[in-house]
Ligand binder design. Structure first.
Ligand SMILES: [Mn+2]
Length: 360
């Protein structure tokens, strides 16, 4: 074969490549149209039966020399590419997405504007144990001019034999302290069946890490008109975390605060691994305020201050940490809670950091 012939054949291949490319793009545009029609009808975009029918039809029609196995591979690839484009569009269309709503969501918790540029702090004991315990922490929070307090009444624990929380009794203690101090209460709800009895006692519903994908709970709190603090699951990807928030907003409640609380990795130096880069990613991808829980992510008192500084530096809207009047006798998370004196010191240092940080 002469060089000229080879060049000509290669030229034809190039032309055919362009034709195939044009056809695939044309097909993608048609599939996008189908996607829009399906979305209006509220039906799932991916239809495996239709895909099988198309493949069978192509194989029956195939005159060769392309073997049917290769044909199937090629067309599966073409089908997949169209589907992936639609998935990207769906991701952009999420209600929590910043592409959908460019401006920051500011969540109003009884006047505390979470996400307005000034960090919000949420402190309090891991679990509500007694009125005296909660009141001691609340007084210390209030003395710092802060407005929110955390405390668990229902405790989802790793072991069923560990302290499970005071339940409704705990909510009553929180409510009493809230009335006496004016602090807003952040507390975890672990099942939809507790919502009704709990909702009047609390100001922010926390969805804990272990419940991030409790979809029935997410849908229920989505139907309430109350702020929700959603913690990232301990093995959840950022994508799963964002979709969990979407469950809440899809039911109408957009008062959502996200909370990075560490994820499980092979590292054992800390209780979990604080995924600090999740903060700017969540800020870019969504319009929701983002907290960092420095207690559960590190599980180490000596790391609370540096990680809180990191959280603020990286753009977090708030920091959460646990405080107990006598951590040594705490019924849960005893090792990682600050006592009141450590809390004072921590807050002084973080304020110092914020002052220098803001003037830089
Ligand atoms: Mn805890």
């Amino acid at each position: 074969m002469r060089q000229n012939d080879l060049d000509e054949l290669r030229g034809r291949v190039d032309e055919l490549n362009i034709k195939i490319l044009d056809l695939i793009n044309e097909r993608t545009a048609v599939v996008q149209e189908i996607g829009k029609v399906k979305e209006k009808q509220g039906v799932n975009r991916y239809d495996p039966i239709r895909e099988r029918e198309m493949l069978n039809f192509l194989k029956e029609t195939n005159k060769g020399p392309l073997p049917n196995g290769v044909l199937e591979q090629i067309f599966k690839g073409i089908f997949l590419s169209a589907l992936e484009i639609q998935e990207d569009e769906q991701r952009n269309a999420l209600l929590v997405s910043r592409k959908r709503k460019p401006e920051d969501t500011v969540v109003d918790v009884n006047g505390e504007k979470v996400g307005n540029g000034t960090p919000t702090f949420v402190f309090g004991p891991c679990a509500v144990e007694s009125y005296e315990q909660v009141k001691a922490v609340a007084d210390s929070i209030k003395a710092k001019g802060l407005t929110m307090m955390r405390g668990g009444a229902y405790k989802p624990r790793t072991s069923p034999y560990d302290f499970q929380g005071l339940g409704l009794e705990g909510l009553k203690i929180l409510k009493r302290v809230s009335e006496e101090t004016g602090l807003s209460i952040v507390t975890e709800i672990i099942t939809p069946s507790h919502l009704e009895e709990a909702v009047d006692y609390i100001d922010v519903i926390q969805i804990g890490a272990r419940n991030m994908q409790n979809f029935e709970l997410l849908k229920e709190v989505g139907m309430l008109n109350k702020p929700v603090l959603l913690k990232r699951g301990l093995a959840a990807t950022i994508d799963e975390f964002i979709n969990a928030a979407e469950y809440i907003i899809s039911k109408g409640n957009s008062n959502i605060m996200l909370c990075e609380r560490g994820i499980r990795t092979y590292e054992r130096a800390t209780r979990n691994t604080l995924d600090i880069s999740a903060v700017p990613i969540l800020k870019q991808e969504t319009h929701l305020p983002v907290f960092v829980d420095v207690t559960h992510s590190t599980g180490r008192k000596d790391l609370l201050l540096p990680t809180a500084k990191a959280a603020i530096a990286v753009g977090a809207d708030g920091v959460m940490a646990e405080v107990h009047p006598d951590p040594a006798v705490a019924l849960s998370d005893a090792a990682q809670q600050m006592d009141i004196q450590q809390f004072d010191e921590f807050y002084k240092e973080i304020q110092k950091f914020m002052n220098t940080y803001q003037t830089v």
